[in-house]
Design a protein around this ligand. Sequence first.
Ligand code: WQD
Length: 340
Amino acid sequence: MKKVLVTGGLGFIGSHTVVELQNEGFEVVIIDDLSNSSIDVLDGIEAITGKKPIFEKLDLREKSDVEQFFKKHSTISGVIHFAASKAVGESVEKPLHYYENNINALVYVLKEMIGLEDSNFIFSSSCTVYGQAEKMPITENAPVQPAESPYGNTKQIGEEIIQDTCKIKSDFNAIALRYFNPIGAHSSAKIGELPIGVPQNLVPFITQTAAGLRDSLSVFGNDYPTPDGTCVRDYIHVVDLAKAHVIALERLLENKNSSNFETFNVGTGVGSSVLEVIQSFEKVSGESLTYKFAPRREGDVISAYANTEKANNSLGWTAKSTLDDAILSAWKWEKKIRNL
Ligand code: WQD
């Protein structure tokens, strides 16, 4: 059974990916520092798959701890690296925390991996590397634009660090998955998104408003040059996104990659406006949502949705769930954790 390390494996996307890895027969080792996740997620994963992953609480900024870990787990076939701080707004207020946590940790993991034989690395990247792309849908060749936030910059720098590592080590194979907007939860409602404090992202704010935790949703801007004036994004079901990680890892393990550094946009290819997301929620939940228009949010791009041809044709992955499916799963999860 191949052993895979998932850093940040108790987080939102990480935990869903651990489930899919176990479903595919991988042995999973999770590293998480629990700064933005809960140890209870381990029980949720086990409740779904019947298998409890090996878990080590570890801060990847501690170089010696990372070295010790790789000495102990020397038979790792691949690493899926989620561990990072990810709040765009927070990164503007605490840039040095973001550079330390997102860059130093990545470097320490890579330094251990290049010592392994034939190492395989999947990097959690982001569509934020494109900034406001000129052309929709966005292809992987779209120019990487100056980051709008330190968070986005850490993703760009991360990709460059990995690319430079691949250049000096031909048997170090990496794939950067550029996520669009991950939403939803596992159909079992045993794992899902657990935003700490006031949610920054649209969908958890919608479900918390409907659950009565928030008075109303503020729609940040309705004067954008889009069909209904609100921003357009590509909302992808987190389970579809998780499956893309397993397929990407298997691509490397089976030496199907065309070069030792590849990037793939992981989205549905469908752009949905904020108002369309609200309409989807009201349709699938039967609830009416209280919302009001508010000023634009600093740093928001007008529109971002993926051209998925490369992921569909080369990676052999396609998103299966619709916006309605994903929104319904998010609502089911919210009701579960609020005992509604
Ligand atoms: C979506 C739209 C908001 C909240 C996020 C991550 C980014 C990347 C992609 C991983 C925007 C609007 C939101 C609210 C609103 N993920 N909105 N009211 O900003 O596209 O990016 O996913 O790398 O890192 O930040 O997602 O959900 O915050 O916003 O009107 O209360 O919803 O203005 O138009 P975003 P989001």
